[in-house]
Design a protein around this ligand. Structure first.
Ligand code: GLN
Length: 469
């Protein structure tokens, strides 16, 4: 059932939040052992939240547009008192003293958070295999990855454990798993959604966004979580955009740019799906043109300097003193070293070393400084494309879901999973992945719609056209 249907039925008294929660917990109990989707299920807190919703309904009050809807949270989002690990040993046992703004807003709209989902450690990865707590399996084919880093949040929805979930997208971590699990996944405009209470990976790139099984549920969740928050200094000043009322706007008269670089290197079945999507948009009245944005080739290289540089700084706070794990040494420096050596996994260590190197005196200009210039060129290139087009279209991922282990030992192969999604993060713009057909293996294919900053209403309208076809 969709989130909208659940909310409507709970609001109408046809079902209760508690009974919807029970359905969700039963679905989790049935498959979490096999799939490793949730790191922590907060039964107690969820029952409390659900009972509060039901009480308000019985008092004749309206808890909101997500009344009684169970929601899963990526485990890099803080929820007060609930273990939050970022899938890292270094945070094991830590319970945040406050909740992320997005969590407060979901609960404020009547949603019921059921637990925390698995991710690549500190959101670094594309398969959920770098989690310190074991990989998550793709519910559609458990021999395959769900994508990452928000693989647990994607799997929760794909397995029917919750109708909606939240992830974070620094270089593709919502859109890529959405594509691999057959879901809608949104990377909102930088600043649209508050990141207060999101544990930082790369602060100039990170955004929180929704997963849902359909376009309208994703729009609804984004409406709830978006909008200015004084607790996040990067938050855009305006109120949440109206998305649902534009869902039927269609694409007639829109110019859609099919981007050559967002197909290059993709499997033929993916290219074919994107071309069918282009035809569908054209059939709905869009003017589809083929364009080239050569600067997109620079995205991956720039990202793998900027993101690790920011991560090396953000992750300096895990020092064995303030949070989670502490391995005692004979002095502060030794404690710090022992804690970080024991607490971080290989991929996180690789990023910290890469980033520290890129920022070090003597290399800063050649690496980090250069990457920032490349980033500016990409922003300008997108701006030129949006001078000509209302929307861009391309693949979300080069392949469908791959086998567990297939890329785990080859960082470069793993990094290439995000080659089509990373440019949007560098530009601070918006994009959405929509399921569009299946490949030979029967696994879902996602196509990506990209737009300039604050173009979410337009993106959702185009996504709705693809979904309807
Ligand atoms: N896969 C990319 C990385 O490993 C993006 C991750 C993300 O968006 N959090 O950095």
């Amino acid at each position: 059932m969709s989130a909208r249907d659940i909310a409507a039925r709970v609001r109408a008294g046809e079902t209760t939040a508690v009974s919807e929660l029970e359905n969700s917990l039963a679905a989790i109990a049935a498959r979490n052992g096999e799939l490793n989707v949730f790191l922590h299920v907060d039964d107690e807190g969820a029952y409390r939240a659900a009972r509060r919703v039901d009480e308000r309904i019985s008092e004749g009050l309206d808890p909101g547009v997500l009344t009684g809807v169970p929601v899963a949270l990526k485990d890099n989002l803080c929820q007060r008192g609930v273990p939050t690990t970022c899938s890292s040993r270094i945070l094991e046992g830590w319970r945040p003293p406050y909740s992320a703004t997005v969590v407060e807003r979901l609960v404020g709209a009547g949603a019921v958070p059921v637990g925390k989902t698995n991710l690549d450690e500190f959101a670094m990865g594309s398969s959920t295999e770098t989690s310190a707590f074991g990989p998550t399996r793709n519910p559609l084919d458990p021999s395959r990855v769900p994508g990452g880093s928000s693989g647990g949040s994607a799997a929760a929805v794909a397995a029917g454990m919750t109708p909606i979930s939240l992830g974070s997208d620094t270089g593709g971590s919502i859109r890529q798993p959405a594509a691999l699990c057959g879901l809608v996944g949104v990377k909102p405009t930088y600043g649209l959604v508050s990141r207060y209470g999101l544990i930082a990976f790369a602060s100039s790139l990170d955004q929180i966004g929704p997963f849902a099984a359909n376009v309208a549920d994703a729009a609804l969740v984004l409406e709830v979580i978006a909008g200015h928050d004084p607790m996040d200094s990067t938050s855009l000043p305006e109120a949440s955009p109206r998305l649902l009322e534009h869902l039927d706007d269609g694409v007639a008269g829109r110019t859609v740019g099919l981007v050559r670089e967002l197909l290059e290197g993709a499997d033929p079945e993916i290219v074919a799906a994107v071309r069918r999507a282009a035809d569908t948009l054209a059939g709905a009245g869009a003017n589809v043109i083929e364009i080239s944005i050569p600067e997109l080739h620079l995205g991956l290289s720039a990202y793998y300097l900027i993101a690790p540089a920011e991560a090396s700084s953000n992750l300096a706070r895990y020092d064995g003193v303030r949070y989670g794990l502490r391995v005692e040494g004979e002095d502060v420096t030794a404690t710090n070293e022992l804690t970080r050596s024991a607490g971080f996994g290989d991929e996180v260590k690789r990023r910290i070393m890469l980033g520290t190197y890129a920022l070090s005196a003597g290399y800063y200009d050649a690496y980090y400084g250069q990457a920032l210039k490349v980033r500016t060129r990409m922003i300008e290139a997108f701006a030129r494309a949006y001078g000509q087009c209302d929307l861009l279209l391309g693949a979300t991922t080069p392949t469908v879901a791959f086998e567990i282990g297939a890329k785990a030992q080859d960082p470069m192969a793993m990094y290439l999973s995000d080659v089509f999604t990373i440019p949007t993060n560098l530009a601070g713009e918006a994009a959405i992945s929509v399921p569009f057909g299946v490949g030979e293996s029967g696994l879902p294919i996602g196509v990506q719609l990209l737009g300039p900053g604050r173009s979410e209403a337009r993106l959702f309208a185009a996504a709705a056209v693809l979904e309807a076809s």
